[in-house]
Design a protein around this ligand. Structure first.
Ligand code: PXP
Length: 237
């Protein structure tokens, strides 16, 4: 069964818009878990425009499911992950000013750097995942970076799905096969939503986890958080 990890960055964005503590990020994380989410994901950025480093420390104290911290491995980020020791760290190559993650790692060019970082996290008992495009070569080389898992960047799937689901999933299907061949665990995320999630999960049965933020929080405005999480979980059944 594929786990649903809810990315709560957007809750922090909303809170930060007014400076107070509404909505309460900690309460939302607890409620996501109460409503059935099997994980909580955060993506702290250097400018702390949504999740703050302090949020990550506070979340660690209350998250009872899987805690996943994603981000670019700057020194501050690495120090934070060492301090907090989440279950999983997901490394993304995005520049600090990027609006959101917009590409996977070049696992050939950055192999040495990623290998060193993955080793140091693994020594601390933190599972590693690296964000990659659905490219067989990048997946194969991800193995040489010493990571436990990869997260497939699903933006192109989401863009192409409404036009032709079958062609939209093709590269992902092949990338997933390669990941299994390389004995890499498989996660996925970005732009997944209630329309495209079931088809992805059905066609990539090896999928261990999806992390979903933007669409899920947007759906919650209409459906409420509890109903929304139930609907996402149902898509993954
Ligand atoms: N995975 C990674 C690496 C991300 O950076 C993000 C966005 O923060 C997500 C998954 C979730 O994407 P979305 O908000 O579109 O669901």
């Amino acid at each position: 069964m594929t786990k649903l990890s809810v990315n709560i960055n957007k809750i922090a964005t909303l809170r930060n818009a007014r400076g107070g503590n509404l909505p309460d990020l900690i309460q939302v994380a607890k409620d996501c878990e109460r409503f059935g989410a099997q994980g909580i994901t955060v993506h702290p950025r250097p400018d702390e425009r949504h999740i703050r480093y302090e949020d990550v420390r506070n979340l660690k104290k209350i998250v009872t499911t899987e805690f996943n911290i994603e981000g670019y491995p700057s020194k501050d980020f690495i120090d934070l992950v060492f301090e907090v020791k989440p279950h999983q760290v997901t490394l993304v190559p995005d520049a600090p000013e990027a609006i959101t993650s917009n590409n996977g790692w070049d696992t050939i060019k950055y192999r040495e750097m990623l290998f060193e970082i993955c080793q140091s996290f693994k020594k601390e008992g933190i599972r590693t995942s690296i964000f990659v495009n659905p490219d067989i070569n990048m997946v194969r080389n991800a193995k040489l970076c010493g990571t436990d898992r990869i997260e497939l960047y699903t933006e192109s799937y989401a863009v192409n799905y409404p036009h032709n689901p079958k062609t939209a999933i093709e590269d992902y299907f092949n990338a997933a096969e390669e990941a299994i061949k390389q004995e890499l665990g498989l996660n996925a995320g970005h732009d997944l939503n209630l329309l495209n999630l079931a088809y992805f999960a059905k066609n990539i049965p090896q999928l261990l986890e999806v992390s979903i933020g933007h669409a899920l929080i947007s759906d919650a405005l209409y459906l409420g958080l509890e109903e929304t999480i139930h609907r996402y979980l149902k898509e993954l059944e």
